[in-house]
Design a protein around this ligand. Sequence first.
Ligand code: ADP
Ligand code: MG
Length: 245
Amino acid sequence: MSTPVITVDRVTKNFTNPSGEQLAVLSDVRMELREGEIVALLGKSGSGKSTLMRIIAGLVQPSAGTARLREAEITAPNASTAMVFQTFALLPWLTVRQNVELGLRAQGIPAYERAERVTDAIDMIGLDGFENAYPKELSGGMRQRVGFARALVVRPEVLLMDEPFSALDVLTAENLRGELMRLWGESAFPTKTMLMVTHNIEEAVQLADRILVLDNNPGRIKGELEIAIPHPRDTRSTRFQNLVD
Ligand code: ADP
Ligand code: MG
């Protein structure tokens, strides 16, 4: 629980807007994700939460400072992390199966192994029977299941989730949270470390070991809250069970 898997070290990020002005989005941000912990990242809209997550995912480069995966500087997306997006980010012209397989394409995994892993991911997240459906034929909850399957098929060490449940209705969100925590509680599940952006404080308190708050203008970590009553690990993964069943 103590080794940092992800270290964000004095990260600053400026964007240049179309009129040429510099926009300071993140300023000197430091944070860590330790092995096996779930951390929630809160902050107002525009405070830089998505940018920070994208830097950790290797999708955006910092203007200064570094993000590291263990000792290695993160300069590109890599198989140790995978991301789930608020608006699912599925490709509409691909089937469920093809969307999930995208997660593996970049990794040079042979076709037969890809097929097996895609089937496993689809079954694991409750999408069996929907393999050949297109995203537009699915409900929001099922679409986000595809988003999770595409991330988890990689068997990432760290799962990065950017408001993963906020586009879903309350009950659908609760069900999917329950699925995720059930998987997380299984000893064979490889993804134990998670960073989740959320606006939902209740969700953060229920799931997270720690809550980080990002302040606006420019984004800095304003505060950190260790959840005072540690989650008994088994109850967190079974708490939603009655809703899932
Ligand atoms: P949050 O996820 O907390 O709402 P974001 O990280 O999405 O915040 O955005 C923080 C700020 O950075 C916003 O003002 C946004 O407009 C700006 N921003 C984000 N990405 C870019 C980009 N690629 N180019 C220019 N500005 C950006
Ligand atoms: Mg965002």
